[in-house]
Design a binder for this molecule. Structure first.
Ligand SMILES: *Cc1c(COP(=O)(O)O)cnc(C)c1O
Length: 248
């Protein structure tokens, strides 16, 4: 079991390296984030002990359950799931340093209020729905610049870039346009020169399509299955809390 994780990590790092070479990029520009939903604290710990440092949960409940077991070992926690405003306190309590799934003004406002009270700041990525699928969270690309400008006014929120899930398809060429949309948006936002906004991070690409994402400019690839194996829950369970039906 644990040997599998080691083996898989090696494979993923090779895939990242090869994709970077092909794209003429420095592998140091691409961070591997482990998407740890449904993975036990013990297995996550094993990955952390073997060179990994960046992990992310989709649900506050899982973050909370694994927190004690993981807190002894150095790592960085991001959050990549749909965040409900009543869970904001927990996100901060369990040391999340970056919320990659900021997709609405109301959430930004509530985060800001709480951060002010706790005298903290938080890194965020704006999540964009590049696949035009109802079932996914994220701001519509046409509204992303406006939202970014508004969120930038909250002094406690440090916008670092953009995140997208992209189309769920085995055909990478169908996913590529989603990644291109995110990259183009990044460029447009950079041109806007918005105070309090940096756009260095593009979080896109998962187990099946990380090469395509790297070719299109990803700086963070989020990998679950290819490291920890298949999950029992369908991803829609994590990507859409309002609609827990399995994906078609
Ligand atoms: C689960 C998940 C991933 C990782 O997906 P895999 O296909 O298992 O690599 C990436 N991003 C988000 C938002 C996820 O929920």
């Amino acid at each position: 079991m644990k040997e599998d994780i080691l083996h898989n990590l090696k494979l993923i790092n090779t895939r990242i390296k090869n994709a970077c070479e092909k794209a003429g990029r420095n592998p140091g520009e691409v961070k591997l984030l482990l998407a740890t939903k449904t993975v036990s604290a013990e297995r996550i710990k094993f990955a952390l002990e073997n060179g990994q440092a960046l992990i992310a949960e989709n649900k506050v409940q899982e973050l909370k359950e694994k927190y004690e077991d993981l807190k002894e070992i150095f790592h960085t926690n991001h959050f990549i799931g749909h965040l409900q405003t009543n869970k904001i306190k927990d996100i901060l309590k369990y040391d999340v340093t970056c919320v990659q799934s900021l997709d609405r003004l109301e959430l930004a406002e509530k985060l800001h209020q709480r951060l002010l009270t706790e005298n903290k700041t938080l890194e965020v990525l704006i999540q964009v729905n590049t696949s035009n699928e109802e079932s996914k969270f994220g701001i519509d690309p046409s509204e992303a610049i406006e939202l970014t400008k508004k969120i930038a006014e909250f002094s406690t929120l440090k916008i670092k870039g953009l995140m997208t899930i992209g189309l769920f398809s085995a055909e990478t060429e169908k996913v590529r346009p989603c990644f291109k949309i995110l990259k183009n948006l990044q460029q447009e936002i950079i041109h806007e020169n918005i105070p309090n906004v940096t756009m260095n991070e593009l979080s896109m690409g998962m187990s099946g399509d990380l090469e395509t994402a790297i070719e299109e400019g990803a700086t963070i690839v989020r990998v679950g299955t290819a490291v920890f194996g298949a999950r029992i829950y369908p991803d829609s369970y994590y990507w859409n809390e309002e609609n827990n039906n399995a994906r078609e």
